[in-house]
Structure formats: C-alpha cells, structure tokens
Ligand binder design. Structure first.
Ligand code: AMP
Length: 536
C-alpha cells in the first residue's frame, strides 16, 4: 500500500516564501565598517526577488554558478536565496583561501559571475583574469574604501538592483543543485560538494530542531561562522526559516566587535569555531548579555574553553560536529537527562564529546579501510562513517582517488572516533593527524585538550615527529597566554595524570602562534613541515 500524501518538492524557494509571508517584520542587522545597516525580512524578500531579475539581466545560464566573495551580511543573504530560487547554483568562495586555490575553484566550478564585498575586492581583483569563465564582477559596497576598477566587467550591486524587475521563484526538482562549497583541501586540490534543494531543506529543519540549535521566533541569531565556509553551518537558512532575527558581523570580525555586537543587539544564539570564542572570551566575560546558546565546532571544543565560558560568561559551549560534506552539521552535544544529577566535571567531559547524530543522520565506526563495524563501547576507535539525506554521495568532478562513499553507501569522513553505547561520538583525531608510536595510535586531540587545560596555555597543537625507535613521537607546540610563563616540565607534569604515560609528548616547543588554515583550524600540516627535522 502506498502513502497517499502530496509529493511536494522540498526546495529553497519554499523556505523563501515562508519567510516572506510570515516573518516580514523580523529585523536583520549588518555591522559594516561605516556603521550598522538595518533591514527586515520583508525588505530582504523584495530585494531578493529583484536580485533574481538581475541574474536574468546578466544572462547567467539556467543552472549557472553564482559566486560570492563576501562577509556575512544581509546582501549575502539575498544571494543565498536569489541564486537557488531561480535555479542557479550559489558558490561561496572563501575569502581566506590562497590565490591559486581560488583560481582553481572558480574555474573548476565554472563561475559566471562573482559578487564581491568592496572590503575584499583587493583580494579578488588581481586574480580575475585567471578566472576564465567569470564574465561579471558585481561590487557590493559594504563601506570599504578599495578603489573600484574602471573595467566593463565591474558593476555596482545597488545600481543593478534598482533597475531590475522582481521575479517569481519556482524550482520544480528538489534534487537539482542549490549551492556548492569546496572543502578547505589540506591535501590535494580542493573538492567540490554540491548541495541539492532537498538536502538544504532537510538540513535546515535539522539545524532548527531543539536538540540542535533550537531556533525560533524568540531568537536573535548571529552566525560568526562565515557564510563563505560550509554555509555558515546552515544558520543563514535556518534562522530566517525559524523567524529568528539575524545579526551579521560583516567585515567587523575583531573579537571586541563581536562581543559588542552580542551585547548590544541582544543576540541569543551565536556560532563559530573555537579560535573565535577563544578570542572573544576576555571581551565578553562578566558583561550582561542575552545569550542562551553558543554553538561551536569545526574542530574539537576544548573542555577548558567550554568551562571558561560557563564560569565567566554564564553558559557552556554547545559542541557540534560536521564537515562541508555533511552540509555541514551532523551531530550536537546537548546533554541528555542522564546527566541531570552528574557533577560539573562529568558534565563538562560529556560536553567535550561531539554528541549524537541529528535525526536523519546515522553514524558508525569501522576498521580502517574496511566496512567492518566496530563496537559502541567508547574504547574501540575507527573511521567514522555517516549516512543521511544531507551527507554527500560524491564530489563534483573529483580528481582520481577522491572517492567519498563506501561500497555499501556510507560516507567516509576521514575522522577517527569512538562511539559510546548511546552512539555519542568522541572524535579522537583526523586520520592523518593521528600519531603512530611503536605501532599504537596516540590521539593528538586528547593531548591538546589536556595541555589547554593548563591555565597559562592559550593554544596547543600536537604533531608527530619522526623517531628512530618508535617511528613517531608526539611534539607539543604550545602558545602561552600573554604575560604568563610555564616551562616544559610544568606542562608535562600538568598532563601526566590526564593521559596514558606513553602518550606524554617527548618535547614541548613554545611558539608564538599555531598556524591556522583558511577556515581558522590548526594547520598541523604546517607544523609537521616546520618540525620535520626535529631532533628528539
Ligand atoms: P570542514 O569541511 O572544513 O568543515 O572540516 C570538517 C572537519 O573538521 C571534520 O572532518 C573534523 O575533522 C573537523 N571537525 C569539525 N567539527 C569538529 C568537532 N566538533 N570536533 C572535532 N573535529 C571537528
């Protein structure tokens, strides 16, 4: 017997119409260099329909790639909807990528137009002749003072919008592409992930849900995680869909500016990577605010950071896990009722886990290179694999060797994890960051967490360095907080009770800064290169 319900396509224009019809009075704020710009979803919706008209005027093909090179802003939100709602494919370019990678990505995706914030125009313009399919560069004046080139390809966003007619939105096929995003590519060429309308719709519902970010009309949401990295974790769709007000940091990404925005705009929900919250903490500590949740992921949230927020800001951090290939959010670490009566330290340890998968996403761990499942005993570690309607099946025109799926249809994450009996994920490492000592694996993430719980430590990254007897041994690279002191022995004494004896790093190097990737994660590749000849 078949179900007898309507088969309505799950598309981004359905989200758009819901926001337009029901949440028009809700405000959107963007913090630009020249001052805050305020609008509403009603105005945004009108402008988004006209932007659809602009894409027609520019002659962007039916499923043409519409690239953005921009900070989080209301204009960027117009593009987030106008491109997919007219059947085009939004392609967010990461403003922090290296020039060669940007060229590669724009050409690989065959971008036809790039919408660029004036503040970052100087990063894009020198590359424009290398982007062979780009025909137009549309400048969004966000208060930057970069000179605008006198070139026929360069157009002004507001001028185009003022002259355009609004269009109707209707996307018939929920499996058509809505947007794409390239992974930061720590190895090989960046790889393109293509999101469908259906996956976007379902991910949006997943992110709104109470066990996830729990967004509603009562919220003021501020995505600090960039809209140019992994869809701002879906908040750019989820907040409008839930009728939450939106606050965008624009180009004003300095920790002080972010803390002030949280306080002044009465932000209730925000999200960003651990390095952001590390920087914001001293500017937010002790101030009155309206926050009910701080989402954090992209790399492991140190227990010490979450606890520092609990103590100094009044709420711990909500841990989430995911990757570009999972839209990106796939699990979150809300505490179940089993922890209601637990002591604070147990609760904090639990919060440092990556949590349980969202409804719709399933997880398993397998023996490396096989599809043999490992037990959920929180001891066995293996490759984490996931499946669900917002997990990617394959990359866009991948290079050889970049297969994503297993023979039985699960997505390989490249993360090494343990699962507890309730399937709560504990990421031990990236496969390539594990340290192999005497044939046994050491988790660099666990060591980093232990080191970062030392009060004088600002950041710590642990990498494997070659060792004549053990193959590899851990080297701890430590950044001290300004004005603090601590020696190698003090660090090692601090972590000795926290980790297995044979895990203790063989040496501690004090460095000025942990190198970061374009999306703010520790770049262990750079550290491994720097310390490749390290003598233990
Ligand atoms: P990206 O595609 O740039 O978002 O990177 C995804 C990768 O970031 C994952 O495969 C993990 O290795 C890492 N990651 C994301 N969230 C977490 C987390 N909460 N804890 C540990 N690693 C994480």
């Amino acid at each position: 017997m078949r179900g007898l319900m309507q088969d309505v396509p799950l598309t981004v224009d359905t989200i758009f119409r819901h926001v337009e019809q029901h949440h028009g009075d809700v405000p959107i704020v963007t913090n630009n260099p020249g001052g805050k710009v305020r609008t509403t979803y009603a105005e945004w919706a009108q402008r988004t329909r006209r932007l659809g008209g602009v894409l027609d005027t520019l002659g962007i093909s039916a499923d043409g790639r519409v690239a953005t090179f921009a900070w989080n802003s209301a204009r960027h939100l117009e593009l987030y909807f106008a491109a997919p709602c007219t059947g085009r494919v939004l392609h967010t370019l990461n403003v922090r990528l290296f020039p060669e990678q940007l060229t590669y990505i724009a050409n690989h995706a065959e971008d036809e137009v790039v919408f660029v914030d004036r503040t970052v125009l100087p990063l894009l313009w020198p590359l424009i002749d290398t982007m062979t399919t780009v025909r137009h560069v549309v400048v969004m004046d966000d208060g930057g003072d970069a000179e605008i080139p006198d070139d026929p390809r360069v157009l002004d966003y507001e001028t185009l919008l003022a002259a355009a007619e609004p269009v109707e939105f209707s996307v018939p096929d929920e499996n058509s592409a809505a947007s794409m995003c390239y992974t930061s590519g720590t190895t090989g060429n960046p790889k393109g992930v293509v999101y469908s309308h259906r996956s976007t719709f379902l991910h949006t519902l997943g992110v709104i849900a109470p066990n996830a970010f729990g967004l509603s009309v009562r919220d003021v949401a501020m995505p600090v995680v960039p809209m140019f990295h992994a869809n701002a974790w879906g908040i750019a769709q989820a907040a409008p869909a839930a009728g939450s007000a939106l606050v965008f940091p624009g180009a004003m990404m300095q920790p002080q500016a972010i803390a002030d925005l949280i306080v002044d705009e009465k932000v209730t929900f925000t999200a960003g990577v651990p390095t952001i919250w590390q920087g914001v903490l001293p500017h937010l500590a002790g101030r009155e605010h309206s926050l009910r949740e701080i989402g954090c992921g992209g790399s492991a949230v140190p227990k010490a950071l979450s606890e520092a927020y609990r103590e100094q800001v009044g709420l711990p951090i909500l841990h989430a896990w995911g990757m570009t290939e999972t839209h990106p959010v796939a699990s979150s670490g809300v505490l179940s009722r089993a922890f209601d009566d637990a002591d604070e330290d147990t609760r904090a340890t639990q919060r440092a886990r990556q949590g349980i998968p969202f409804i719709g996403v399933e997880a398993r761990i397998v023996e490396a290179g096989t599809i043999d499942e490992l037990p959920w005993d929180d001891v066995a570690t293996g490759e984490l694999q996931v499946r669900g309607p917002w997990c990617a099946q394959e990359y866009y025109n991948p290079d050889a060797g970049a297969e994503l799926s297993t023979s039985d249809g699960w997505m390989k994450t490249g993360d090494v994890a343990a699962l507890d009996p309730f399937g709560n994920i504990r990421i031990a490492d990236r496969t390539k960051d594990l340290i192999k000592s005497g044939g046994e694996w050491i988790s660099s993430v666990d060591l980093e967490n232990a080191i970062m719980s030392h009060p004088a430590v600002a950041e710590a990254a642990v990498v494997g360095v070659p060792h004549p007897k053990w193959d590899e041994r851990p080297l701890a690279c430590v950044v001290l907080k300004s004005g603090e002191t601590a020696g190698e022995q003090e660090i090692l004494d601090h972590i000795a009770p926290l980790v297995a004896k044979w895990w203790l790093p063989d040496a501690v190097e004090f460095i000025d800064e942990v190198p970061k990737t374009s999306v703010g994660k520790f770049s262990k590749k750079d550290l491994r290169t720097r310390f490749a000849d390290y003598e233990l």
